[in-house]
Design a protein around this ligand. Sequence first.
Ligand SMILES: [Zn+2]
Length: 253
Amino acid sequence: MRKLIAVMFLCVVSFTAYSWGTTGHRVVGEIAQNHLSKKAEKSIKKILGDETLAEISNWMDFVKSDDSYDHTHCWHYVNLPDGVTYENSEKNPCGDIIKAIDDHVELLKSPSSTKEEKVFALKVLTHLVGDLHQPLHAGRKDDLGGNKVKVKWMYKSSNLHRVWDSGLIDLQGYSYTEYSNILNRIGKEDVVKLQNSTPLDWLNEGVALRDQIYDFEGEKLGYEYNYKNIGTVEERLLSGGVRLAGLLNSIFE
Ligand SMILES: [Zn+2]
């Protein structure tokens, strides 16, 4: 029994311990920063001071080391069995990524929110819009969004979730500023198209990528998996950034 509890504990910890790695979140934040309207930029500066969206983007992962934020652990993801929509899914009583995004959009919009609450809401939104674009954050419960799928990534022990969080991104060897500059080559029309969508659309796009993500044999993943999937990772990072900006622009309109 004790062993079982230890295993369950490890599963929970390993599931909540990762999301887009530090570089991925900063890329999303930096791209968003570049697509803010003048008005949104000004309002955000009033809330954050000199800190940028890239700089606050990993805060929600860092506070996982602080017990007083335990209630936010389930905000990073949602579990969805194959063939079940979010609307029809059994909801986690502790919350999920869609609910957390909705709640903090409201908090930022509300004229009665304090500055402290707005700083918090901005940190939450910047992180979670990123997480929602990592397709395994809307994953299957039975393998904990790929956390239980053990693989060797470039000859080192890892799991599928971690490969998507950071393995593929880190393999490219770019800093977050280099990577966001490279990815942020997008025309106005495509920006509008990307922003004309809701968090539920972003979630459904991620779910639709499951077949592609799980399409490999054996446990060794490396250059071939990178070749097949890095384009998707980069599309998700760019979409996340552009849409985070769209969301913030609409909040501070
Ligand atoms: Zn996260």
